[in-house]
Design a protein around this ligand. Structure first.
Ligand code: CO8
Length: 297
């Protein structure tokens, strides 16, 4: 089964990688949009009457982004993107207390260089698809959102977070002894500016919701039980803008950042694999995993 899954995701990812310079996908893998679809780890509810889809992540325990999960996210986003009646996408979590724990650390620990490369390509793909989406996108952040989880929410046009001081959000890579790559950094700079990014990335800052609002990492805080309803209401404001004007504006703002990764994908994969397979980095990741386990105990 593992082998089948691996081959399947390989095939899908190689198809998914046929993006144009905006990260938009050529008409491969075109699937007619169904109203609702549920895969094992993702539930998509598409409301034809509003043109808004809600994508719920349900990858227990903490929605960590494994190769398999990233592939499912890409497939679901692509299906929605292809359906011109879908104009808005809300991303949220079905798991309690966590939006996404970020990249699956186990995908970066003790893995072969080939597998690491395959994984990283999927991380790139997820970012490209979401950051260049023509849909209006809102992250309904109903739990903690470290590292890759924060990156995923940063790809959206607007972020609404649950006002619960126990939750945190940020690019905390340095705490794991790893380094956020240039396109993580660019996405953060585009959102909160250079100085806040410099502090956040070097110190691996994980912000409380109130702090995140203050630096502009999220746009709005609401009580936990109102995250999704607020996202839905906010989406209608975004969809009141004519699509083409909003889309061209979004592309104008994001294209230089997207192009930068598009023209450096292979070297970025090489850098990642070279870095992550280093003995010293593996040791740091091992210690971080131990710390996560101990903290639990
Ligand atoms: N990957 C894999 N497993 C994880 C992850 C993860 N990111 N996060 C948590 N887990 C595991 C835990 O180890 C634990 O496993 P087990 O049940 O076997 O002990 C299980 O998930 C549940 O975790 P918790 O008990 O900690 O759950 P809580 O609800 O108490 O807390 C949190 C949830 C806040 C999300 C907490 O788990 C946490 O802080 N996790 C770590 C988050 C993190 O630091 N992620 C960083 C990932 S790296 C990344 O995304 C970008 C990398 C860029 C690479 C660049 C290299 C060049």
């Amino acid at each position: 089964l593992a082998l089948q899954l691996r081959n399947w995701s390989k095939g899908v990812l190689s198809q998914l990688s046929s993006c144009n310079s905006h990260g938009r996908v050529s008409p491969v893998l075109i699937a007619q949009q169904r109203n609702n679809s549920t895969s094992q780890k993702i539930q998509v509810d598409f409301d034809q009457s509003t043109g808004v889809a809600v994508m719920r992540m349900q990858n227990p325990p903490v929605n960590s982004l494994s190769l398999e999960f990233l592939t499912e996210i890409c497939i679901n986003v692509e299906k929605l993107e292809m359906d011109k009646s879908c104009r808005g996408l809300i991303i949220t979590s079905d798991r309690p207390k966590v939006f996404s724990a970020g990249l699956d650390i186990l995908e970066m620990y003790g893995k072969t260089p080939e597998r690491c490369a395959e994984f990283w390509k999927a991380v790139q793909e997820m970012w490209l698809k979401l950051y260049s989406s023509n849909m209006a996108t809102i992250a309904a952040i109903n739990g903690s959102s470290p590292a890759g989880g924060c990156l995923m929410s940063l790809t959206c046009d607007y972020r609404i977070m649950a006002d619960n001081p126990r939750y945190t959000i940020g690019l905390n890579e340095t705490l794991l002894g790893i380094v956020a790559p240039f396109w993580f950094k660019d996405t953060m700079v585009n959102t909160v500016g250079n100085r806040s990014t410099e502090l956040a990335l070097q110190l691996g800052l994980l912000y409380s919701p109130a702090e995140a609002l203050k630096v502009g990492l999220v746009d709005q805080l609401v009580p936990e039980d109102q995250v999704l309803t607020t996202a839905t209401k906010t989406m209608s404001k975004w969809l009141a803008i004519p699509d083409h004007a909003r889309q061209i504006t979004k592309s104008m703002m994001r294209k230089p950042t997207i192009d930068r990764l598009m023209s450096n994908r292979e070297s970025d994969i090489k850098n990642f694999v070279g870095f992550i397979t280093k003995g010293s980095v593996q040791k740091s990741l091992g210690m971080y995993l131990e710390m996560l386990k101990k903290r639990k105990a």
